[in-house]
Design a protein around this ligand. Sequence first.
Ligand code: B12
Ligand code: SF4
Length: 450
Amino acid sequence: MNGVRRRFFPIGLTMLSSELTSNGHEVRIFDTSFYAQYGTDLDAKWRKFGFYKEIKKEVPLEMKTTDPVLDLENVIREFVPALIGISALSIDFHLSKVVARLIKKISPEVPIILGGILPTVSPGECIQEDCFDMICVGEGEKALVELSKCIESKEDYSNINNLWVKNQGQIKKNLNGSFKTLDSLPVPDWDLFDPQHIWGPLYGQMYRVAPVELSRGCPYRCTYCVNDVLRNVYSESGKYHRRKAPEKAICDMLYLKNKYDIEMFYILDETFMAVAKSEIKTLAEMYKQKINIPFFAQTRPETVTEEKAKIVADMGCKVMSMGIENGNDHIRKAVLNRKVSKEQIISGFKILKKYGIQTSSFNMLGVPGETVDTILETIELNKLCEPDSIGVAYFFPYKGTALREFALKKNMITGDEDPNLSHDVPVLKLPTISQSEIVHYFVNFVELCR
Ligand code: B12
Ligand code: SF4
């Protein structure tokens, strides 16, 4: 499911399909990514505002011209699935319902499960939709395999951990089970997915990029981020911020590099450098020896030290993205719960630059407390950090987050706003700044930071 046209392979779904196939189940993927009628081409939009560089040698996407409804119907009639899963972020709520209702018309008897961040952060809202028979709250590897086994052997599946299941007019809300360790996950397999996902843009060039996860979770708790929510969702499941053993990480990457002729890795970890120097060093040594191709990643500015930057640069890091988010100390610390000083932020950017790593900054406009002056402070801080590329987004208060609760309490939102809106306009009604002022700074943000 995709509300936004996406380049990279969706790592969560690829993990689930690998887990199912390695447990003897047959899987088919119906991917909405490359249908022109679904999703926004955000890459194009970001190039327009200068967040992405113009691509010098584009690898054009081949959009599907066939009717998605007929295609879905054909897949279902031909494959005859015993279970249909839909994966969705919050932006995909509408589309996921459209597709589920369509499936119900084609094959009313096949159970449908909704998984992903959407039902994880708003399970109550999702389960009440009659097109979904059950939802998966949180990570799905264990639950989906168990569910498929039960369906195959016609056993009762209403008690599986992480699942909320409709059962004779009742909803059975099962607790979340323990995590599957990252080292026991199968090697990702992309053969079932559209090969076009392999191409990703970086600094105006297209590369064969492999997204990989070396860890899950984040040690920080920003008030607008899903990680704050997930930490609560997983309170009974074990240690939330987990890393793969370096041997497993390297083994997965080597497999992908060889099988798919990978030129560049995209390490999806949310705070790649938030680990001890010794851990990065061990990984870097193995990576240089066995993989030795460039990669890009993201971290927080305060996790960057001279020693770690040197190791990471030597390992092959070409670009590191880091959140600045807001240049005003009060907003950053008290509203966003990002307890990092301006000096630390500037230092993180400067150190990486010193070791030849290009930097990219993330910024949000329109958070509670925003004024024209705080936006100017954000611009000023970007100038001091001198990132090689700059990204900016309108703030959207996603369900489950602390900042959404705050915005609701202060009547800055009604609660019914569509998250897809935030691709185009500021969503919060703020007493401190007008929406047209925020739009003005959004459109001109990159130019003003230069
Ligand atoms: C990496 C990443 C990206 C990458 C994706 C690269 C890739 N190849 O996947 C890029 C940069 C492209 C990206 C883009 C966007 N992202 Co993003 N992204 C992430 C990030 C940091 C990690 C995602 C990930 O891979 N997780 C690891 C995998 C294993 O987890 P998973 O996908 O959730 O899947 C597991 C479970 O959810 C479940 N599951 C998933 N699907 C299904 C289906 C079934 C049937 C079942 C049973 C279970 C199940 O099982 C999976 C395995 O355990 C998350 C933060 C996070 N912690 O999730 C944000 C996050 C998902 N992104 C977010 C957003 C908003 C976006 C954008 C909309 C941003 C924008 N404005 O453009 C776009 C949307 C693109 C799109 N349509 O997918 C938000 C979503 C918030 C929300 N409530 O929906 C998040 C949560 C960050 C945040 N702000 O809090 N993103
Ligand atoms: S540091 Fe990034 S990933 Fe971690 S909680 Fe904050 S916004 Fe989320």
